[in-house]
Design a protein around this ligand. Structure first.
Ligand code: FES
Length: 114
């Protein structure tokens, strides 16, 4: 099944005059529309990854898009662990790429986890 793309100008449920908002993402200004999620705004700028994993330093972005996988975490206005696919953008939001906190394992002398 092919994806269906509806141009914004012919989207029957789009507001007639969407309100343009601006946020900053890692210091760069990004424009979007009121009602978009942060993930939607990031994807609209062709940004596919905005988080790095603690294991393997792998890039992550939106995966499920419905708030289940937590791959899309960002820091918003200083608050960590915000799911970009669930948080609607507000004008002036300061979004910073997320880097997982290292997980420190309590190891015994043989190197095994306790
Ligand atoms: S993309 Fe899966 S929780 Fe946001």
């Amino acid at each position: 099944m092919a994806a269906r793309f509806i141009p914004a100008t012919s989207d029957p449920i789009a507001p007639e005059t969407p309100e343009v908002i601006a946020i900053t993402v890692d210091g760069a200004e990004v424009h979007g529309f009121l009602g978009q999620t942060l993930a939607g705004m990031l994807l609209a700028t062709d940004t596919l990854a905005w988080r790095r994993t603690s294991f393997g330093d792998r890039p992550r972005g939106a995966f499920c898009g419905i708030g289940v996988c937590f791959d899309c975490l960002v820091v918003v206005n200083g608050q960590r662990d915000v799911r970009a696919c669930q948080r609607r953008a507000a004008s002036g939001d300061c979004v910073v790429s997320h880097r997982d906190q290292p997980i420190l394992l309590d190891r015994d002398e043989s190197g095994g986890a306790r």
